[in-house]
Ligand binder design. Structure first.
Ligand SMILES: Cc1ncc(C[n+]2csc(CCOP(=O)(O)OP(=O)(O)O)c2C)c(N)n1
Ligand code: SF4
Ligand SMILES: [Mg+2]
Length: 279
C-alpha cells in the first residue's frame, strides 16, 4: 500500500512475519483514509522491540515510546487531541511484562485507543528470552534447561479489569486480521487485539503449527461476558492451538466521555479562580 510505505530499510530478519502484518495494516489504514478519515489524524505509537520497527515502516504520524509505556503515551496523545485515532503497537514483552499494569489500567479506564499486541512469545529483539506468555519447557538463551514458570493469561486479566473489546488474530489469516483490526479501530473505547505470530529466528518451530491454526470461534455471542470468559480461558498459552476471533465487544462510557465537564461545574471553577484572583 503505497500511501503508508516508507523508503526506510527493512531491519526485520528475512521472512519475519511482521512483514505480512505490515502489508495488512497498511491496507486497513488506507481503507480508513479512503472512507473519509484524515490521514493526519491517524497516529501510531510503537513500543521497543522488533515490533518497534513498525515506526520505521509506516509513513504516518508516529511516536516511538519507551518499552512498556506505549499505552500511556497513546492515552496522552488522545487526551491532547480527542479527534485522533491512536493505535499502539506492542510486543508480548512490552504489553504483558514491562507494561502489564498499563494494560490493566487501560482495560479499567476504557480510553478510546487501540492496542495491537504482537505476540511471538519471546523477547525477540534482545535475543530470545522467555516472556510471561512463553510456555513451560521453552529453551532460550536464559532458559537452557527449559522455562520453568507458568505463563499467565493477559486477555483473561484484561476481561477481569473491564476491557470492552478483546480479540485474537493470526498473522497467517490476512482476511480476519484486517476485518478484526478494522472493528477494533471502529470500537468506541479500549480495544485489545492479540496478534499471534512466529519468531522465525528464536522459535522457528512455531511457523508450521501457527499456519495450520483454524480454531475460529463463533462471534454470535460476543457481547456475552460468560461466553467471553469461557473462550478466553480455554487457552492458557500452552502448545495447543489458540482460539481466534472477537471474544468480547460491549459499549461502555469511554474515559474521555466521562470527563466532559458540565457547564455549571466549569462556571463554578471559573468563579472560584476569579474570586482567588481578587483576594
Ligand atoms: C525499560 C526497558 N526494559 C528492557 C529493555 C530492553 N529491551 C529492548 S527490546 C526488548 C524485547 C522486546 O520484546 P517484545 O516486547 O516481546 O517485542 P519483540 O522484540 O518480541 O517484537 C527488551 C527487553 C528496554 N529497552 N527498556
Ligand atoms: S528476531 Fe524474530 S520477530 Fe525479530 S525480526 Fe527476527 S524473526 Fe522477526
Ligand atoms: Mg515478543
Amino acid at each position: 500500500m503505497k500511501d503508508f510505505s516508507t523508503s526506510y530499510p527493512n531491519t526485520w530478519c528475512p521472512g519475519c512475519s511482521n512483514n505480512i502484518a505490515l502489508e495488512a495494516i497498511k491496507e486497513v489504514f488506507a481503507d480508513f483514509v479512503k472512507s473519509g478519515f484524515k490521514k493526519n489524524n491517524l497516529v501510531a505509537v510503537t513500543d521497543i522491540g522488533c515490533v518497534g520497527k513498525f515506526y520505521d515502516r509506516l509513513d504516518m504520524n508516529s511516536f516511538y515510546a519507551l518499552h512498556g509505556r506505549t499505552l500511556v503515551t497513546a492515552l496522552g496523545i488522545k487526551m491532547a487531541n480527542p479527534n485522533l485515532k491512536v493505535i499502539g503497537f506492542l510486543g508480548d514483552g512490552g504489553a504483558y511484562a514491562e507494561g502489564a499494569n498499563h494494560l490493566i489500567q487501560m482495560s479499567r479506564l476504557n480510553p478510546d485507543i487501540t492496542a495491537l499486541v504482537f505476540n511471538n512469545r519471546v523477547f525477540a529483539l534482545t535475543v530470545g528470552q522467555a516472556t510471561p506468555v512463553t510456555e513451560v519447557g521453552y529453551r532460550g538463551n536464559t532458559t537452557p534447561e527449559g522455562s520453568k514458570d507458568n505463563p499467565y493469561n493477559p486477555l483473561s486479566v484484561a476481561l477481569s479489569a473491564g476491557a470492552t473489546f478483546i480479540a485474537r488474530v493470526s498473522v497467517f489469516d490476512p482476511n480476519s486480521f484486517k476485518r478484526i483490526i478494522k472493528s477494533a479501530m471502529d470500537h468506541q473505547g479500549f480495544s485489545l487485539v492479540e496478534i499471534i505470530q512466529p519468531c522465525l529466528t528464536f522459535r522457528p518451530n512455531d511457523f508450521a503449527s501457527l499456519r495450520q491454526n483454524q480454531n475460529f470461534v463463533s462471534e454470535n455471542q460476543k457481547n456475552n461476558y460468560v461466553e467471553a470468559r469461557r473462550l478466553i480461558d480455554s487457552w492458557n498459552y500452552d502448545n495447543s492451538q489458540p482460539p481466534l476471533g472477537i471474544f468480547y465487544e460491549v459499549q461502555k462510557s469511554t474515559w474521555g466521555e466521562k470527563r466532559v465537564i458540565k457547564r455549571s461545574t466549569r462556571r463554578n471553577i471559573n468563579k472560584k479562580i476569579l474570586e482567588q484572583e481578587l483576594l
